[in-house]
Ligand binder design. Sequence first.
Ligand code: ATP
Ligand code: MG
Length: 420
Amino acid sequence: MKIKSIRGFHDILPESIRRWHFIEDAARRIFELYGFSEIRIPVLEFTDVFARSLGTTTDIVEKEMYTFEDRDGSSLTLRPEGTAGVVRAYIEDSMHAKSGISKLYYTGMMFRHERPQKGRFRGFYQIGAELIGPQEPASDAELVTMLWRFFEETELTQFLELEISSLGDQNCRPQYKEKLVEYFTPQKNDLCENCQRRLQANPLRILDCKEKKCKEIAAEAPSMLDNLCQECENHFNAVKENLTAVGVPFVINPKIVRGLDYYTRTVFEVTTQELGSQNAVAAGGRYDGLVEELGGPDIAAVGFAMGIERIVLLQEKAIPKGFPKKVDVFIAHLGDEARKAAFPLAIELRQKDVSVEMDYGNKSLKSQMKRADKLGAGFTFILGEEELEKGVVKVRNMNESSEEDIKINEVVDAYQKFKS
Ligand code: ATP
Ligand code: MG
């Protein structure tokens, strides 16, 4: 039997890796401009790190985690998201003692046992950022602006909408939850089985249910935005003002719940109509209680994560031709002596940052020229017996189909001059 990859896991092949690099490079560049530094954290944590931060009644903790017992009996989990691990590292390394503001970003694979479909995997990649320390609304706005700038830079805003809302805080959310319970209880029997359970455990999550009947009932439910306390309302207004001031377009969607329990106040999602039901491309929000919840000091934070596979799917629509790998120079050689001369020439060019390919054996000139074409070479250097005798290289400009003989010991300089 042929060996296969695990269902829901996928390879990213060389033909599409340049799309990934383009996205990752843009994220790094923009995030660094906003003062963020990369942090690399393990893919494995104690299960508790996630159970305590995400909340035990969330989809992820209830049914999506890859959890197993280590040899010493401790329970470990492959990270389903990045924030919990980043906060664990933040506390463990006492980052709060080093600086009042920590700006961290990460990229890497996440693991969730979900039903695989287009844009939904069991092993997938996220890029995320966490701004830990400040509680002022200007920090929410800066983070969301950075995310939007990233989507502008990658030419994807044409497909995207930024939705924001507020989930309130420990002052106003409990009352709101009660209102929701009051609203849903008389219609309990019309809710799906999951939501009937949620009504006790986590009524906010009913607002997020994908079942048609639940959606209909939830449409008329009281809105968190009508029930914010004064401080949360001021915070939300300031975030909106800041975003408007820098021209970041957003819509208000009071139905944003977010799957995780740790969010407070600002929440946001970047959504698209282009990917079917996998419509969330990035999501995040403020999580002022999490650092303390995981054993650290009472420190505020706001962050987001985006799914790279979904961004790549969108990019395929925005930039269909992608970013094919091109070689600068192909060296075609004929005969043993020419091959011996071509080898150091290739190495020298590469040392000068010119990408070079050549044949290792004795293929015909025709087949070498074919490969040069296939590789998209800008120039082909032809070294045959005749050229060797004259001490020259025949330099063929592949786009203009023009040729010129250049002395072999001058060709590297000549190429560089032409290129600059
Ligand atoms: P969804 O509603 O699609 O399940 P989510 O709310 O579970 O998304 P988050 O936990 O907020 O997603 O993760 C942030 C981003 O990571 C999502 O917006 C999405 O782009 C991406 N993402 C989440 N789960 C997956 C998955 N199984 N496969 C691919 N990308 C994913
Ligand atoms: Mg999910």
